[in-house]
Design a binder for this molecule. Sequence first.
Ligand SMILES: [Zn+2]
Length: 520
Amino acid sequence: MLSVIISHAPLGINGRLISVEVDIRRGIPGIDIVGLPDTAVREAKERVRVAIRNSGFSYPADRILVNLAPAGIRKEGAAYDLSMALGILAASKQIPFDITRKIMVLGELNLRGDVRSTTGVLSAVGCGLENGTNYFIVSKENLREAQGLKGGEIFGISSLSEAAKIFSGITKKNQLKPEKCDPVPIPISSDLYLNSSYGDFSDIRGQEFMKRALEVAAAGRHHLLLFGPPGSGKSMSVSRFPTILPQLTKKESLTVTRIHSLAGILPDCTGLIRYPPFRKPHHTASKEGIIGGGALTGPGEVSLAHEGVLFLDEAPEFNVSLLQSLREPVEEGKVTIVRAGSKLWFPASFQLILAINPCPCGNLGQKGLACICTTSEIHRYWKKIGGALLDRIDIRIPLQAVPAEELVGEKGESSAKVRARVLRAVNIQRQRYRGLGFSWNSRIPPGQLSGFCTLDKQGMLLMAQTARKLGLSSRACHSIIKVARTIADLAASAVIKSDHLLEAAQHRRFGDNDIFWNFS
Ligand SMILES: [Zn+2]
């Protein structure tokens, strides 16, 4: 007899549905798994055999053929264990089977017959729902994640025998009610990224100009560059940046959770991620680790930072080709990866924050300190970031070391206060750009800029003067206008006024051909 159960291969953001077909017929006892299985999938035969016996069922003494279709896709990992085991039980008539019931089964088995969690469950459920699957059997640890999409009937189980009971219930037509839902206590870490270890915005003393720049960057999701000597508080300030970001929308939250689940870094029993992720990869990270691809099946750092922040501290320390490859995600909001002959993609629309010393020794432009770098060393240092990437950074902020009297000064505004202002500006944008495929001032396509960023006569005159004076390219002008749009939104002003433009130009201190090394 033949049984068919639905499973899922986590390839790219959507993945692919996999049919697990099991055929049992008389012959020399044994099992074959075909359809491009990797070692872990091939080893499933041993786990499945022992788990079936230890769960009180009998393992058929016949010829078993397991086909994982479509055959062209490589099947990896242990997530097919449970579907194979149930397929064998169904094909050997130990549990009922009904071809018209579409049931997706995900879970890894151990020898006792216990079911363990797997990665990419939210993506699998999404893929299943889109393709008309109504029933889902997942491990209890994955239940809350699977319920994120609010569709289909989802059952959380912890063993093969429980799964067999649910499977029979579904097949014997509605004899069963959905499992009670919170079997495992919910850890506090469901707000994975709003974590008290970030500190509070009020910890940043002085540096009023920089704090304002962080607020503007947060409000319009503008890419940001901070450069200044060691001790000017770059890393400390950026690490508090996530605390002024508003919650994700439901749609953003689903995508972010999906990506983190595919990477296998979503803790068990977690629901949806509600706050923007903050990723700070180390400069020794490989290009595959950051962009994705290579031996990595899941998403890279740029995708884990989707709808959140990618912070590169000491940015010139990163590999040059890696920095250059950030251009694709920065421009397109996604990355395409070629893997095992197929092209996969992951979303990667993040806010880039770079922190850089002004020069290799760090002293350039500092009062009372001497820089020992040569001009060509400084040029080389900055060139690593590259003009093309720098060009896409709307806000560039030079910093000085904080004077001692400011360090002991009064506490600044709290994260909650700043976040409330940011949220107001974000809501204005979400409303304004509804249904247009983008939701941030920094992402307005060049062709639509004039439609959303109206300047008054005075503003236009001012923009023309500034462009002439600083020798700005048209991209730089657009960038200033977009930042001014955000500043106007923070002030709840429908029109962009001259003040807003002037402040925006201040946040882009250095023109395209006039970066810090021209300091004199
Ligand atoms: Zn130097």
